[in-house]
Design a protein around this ligand. Structure first.
Ligand SMILES: N[C@@H](CCC(=O)N[C@@H](CS)C(=O)NCC(=O)O)C(=O)O
Length: 190
């Protein structure tokens, strides 16, 4: 059964990137959240939060962009998934960190109409710096869904320059963002 990704731009882009990495067939159902299309009765039936993205994989309906990517890696792109239970726990740690320490402050700054909280961002990024000072990718020598998810959070215009120009993060960020699958996702209709 063909996978279906619902969304248009915004946080659905990170799942598009993952789908392109997986190289599998999928249907992209354009749901324009900015035009209110994520609050129709039809859409609320697949995501009661009224938000994109949503992935439908057979019987499974999944919301939360980073969790969708974990599912896609685990079930459809095993080379981007982890191969031991310790790394699986670390993968969960980074998912929680990404949402709580990167995405959360960004959303708060948006709500306040304030600039990104640079000091807080810098403190958050220290955890990533410490990890990447010791290895090429977040879990070791190879690119995994953990790198994809984290780099996709840092693609936001406010973060991108910080990540690219950072002495420790720059090389990793460039390795993630020059992957052909990201370019393919960007070339798709948004
Ligand atoms: N934590 C969720 C956030 C999803 C989210 O906020 N999506 C936005 C677009 S980027 C949305 O659909 N907003 C519609 C609304 O809030 O009405 C995720 O990562 O999937």
């Amino acid at each position: 059964m063909t996978l279906k990704l619902y969304g248009k731009g915004g946080r659905s882009f990170r799942c598009l990137w993952m789908l392109e990495e997986a190289g599998i067939a999928y249907e992209h159902v354009l749901v324009d959240w900015a035009a209110g299309e994520s609050h129709t009765a039809e859409f609320l039936a697949i995501n009661p939060n009224g938000k994109i993205p949503v992935l439908v994989d057979g019987e499974l309906q999944l919301f939360e962009s980073l969790a969708i990517n974990y599912h896609l890696a685990r079930h459809h792109a095993s080379d981007l998934w982890v191969d031991n239970s310790h790394d699986e726990s670390l993968a969960l740690q980074w998912l929680a960190w990404g949402m709580g320490e990167l995405e959360g402050p960004h959303d708060a700054a948006n709500r306040d109409q304030s600039d990104i909280h640079h000091e807080r961002l810098d403190v958050s990024l220290n955890a990533l710096r410490q990890t990447l000072a010791e290895r090429t990718f977040m879990l070791g020598d190879t690119f995994t869904v953990v790198d994809l998810n984290t780099a996709s959070l840092l693609l936001r215009p406010q973060y991108r320059k910080v990540a690219r120009d950072d002495a420790t993060l720059g090389t990793w960020f460039r390795a993630c963002t020059t992957r052909p699958a990201l370019q393919q996702a960007m070339a798709r209709p948004q």
